[in-house]
Design a protein around this ligand. Structure first.
Ligand SMILES: Nc1ncnc2c1ncn2[C@@H]1O[C@H](COP(=O)(O)OP(=O)(O)OP(=O)(O)O)[C@@H](O)[C@H]1O
Length: 236
């Protein structure tokens, strides 16, 4: 049972802090959804966990190992993988090459690739296509596959449904839910489609102005009468 633990974490990009005093845990086998209005700092929080934004105060650890001073690559080798929202594939490389690149330096790349295709079988249909020629849904699936090449125990996913047509939103979120069930990976997801994400999450946290406003069981938060107005702007 792996636990990613944030305690009183603040973060930003070198100027004033954007995320303030957030305490949160994400464990194996659960999906935690991070929601909140535009500009609340959701992506910044995720990036600070991945090592691409700066933790300025508080602590961040996985199973007792302090992550704050570690690079994104070092965090990945300790089990924390990040799927960014943008530029998450190499467009001129095939899907196979994208997967292989993500496990660069490991001596069992073929085995890892087979594992990832086992978890995301649909990838097998377009392994030899250039990522730049994929549909939006296929590209996001390839990006997800790339993050899985590091065999993560905790996955940080930033708006995986951005730009997808409404029928693909549910499909993508279903894939993540299945992934958690099949492999026990814990997922922290930022998602604008709040209701769809909460429907598949175990817990939810609400970030407003960089601060954790609410946290609790996803079903409980989704049932709040003022759910849309209070927490999610126009996106509920
Ligand atoms: N690379 C960066 N450097 C400096 N400031 C940034 C950077 N990226 C984002 N910000 C600022 O951080 C604040 C929070 O942005 P962030 O993207 O984390 O919010 P968000 O909750 O993910 O919003 P959205 O739902 O619109 O994606 C914004 O004021 C934004 O301008």
């Amino acid at each position: 049972m792996t636990q990613l633990i944030l305690e009183h974490l603040s973060a930003g990009y070198g100027g004033a802090d954007i995320v303030h005093d957030v305490s949160l845990q994400v464990g194996s086998g659960e999906i935690v959804t991070l929601v909140g209005p535009n500009g609340a700092g959701k992506s910044t929080l995720l990036k600070s966990l991945a090592g691409v934004a700066r933790v300025t105060a508080g602590s961040l650890s996985i199973d007792g190992t302090d992550l704050v001073a570690l690079s994104p690559f070092e965090r990945a080798t300790r089990g924390v993988a990040f799927m960014p929202q943008d530029r998450n594939v190499f467009r001129t490389l095939t899907v196979t090459e994208n997967l292989e690149t993500s496990a660069w330096g490991h001596d069992d790349i073929a085995a890892r690739k087979d594992e990832v295709i086992g978890l995301l079988p649909t990838l097998a249909n377009y392994l030899n296509k250039a990522a730049g020629g994929l549909s939006g849904g296929q590209r996001q699936m390839a990006a997800l596959g790339m993050t899985l090449m590091s065999r993560p125990s905790i996955l940080l996913v930033d708006e995986p449904t951005a730009g997808l047509s409404p029928n693909l939103v549910g499909e993508m979120l279903d894939v993540l839910q299945q992934l958690t069930r099949d492999s026990g990976i814990g997922i922290l997801i930022v998602e604008q489609n709040a209701r769809a994400a909460l429907a598949r999450a175990d817990r939810a946290v609400v970030l407003v102005d960089g601060r954790l406003r609410r946290a609790g069981p996803a079903a409980e938060l989704a049932a709040e009468p003022d759910f849309g107005a209070l927490f999610f702007g126009d996106h509920a």
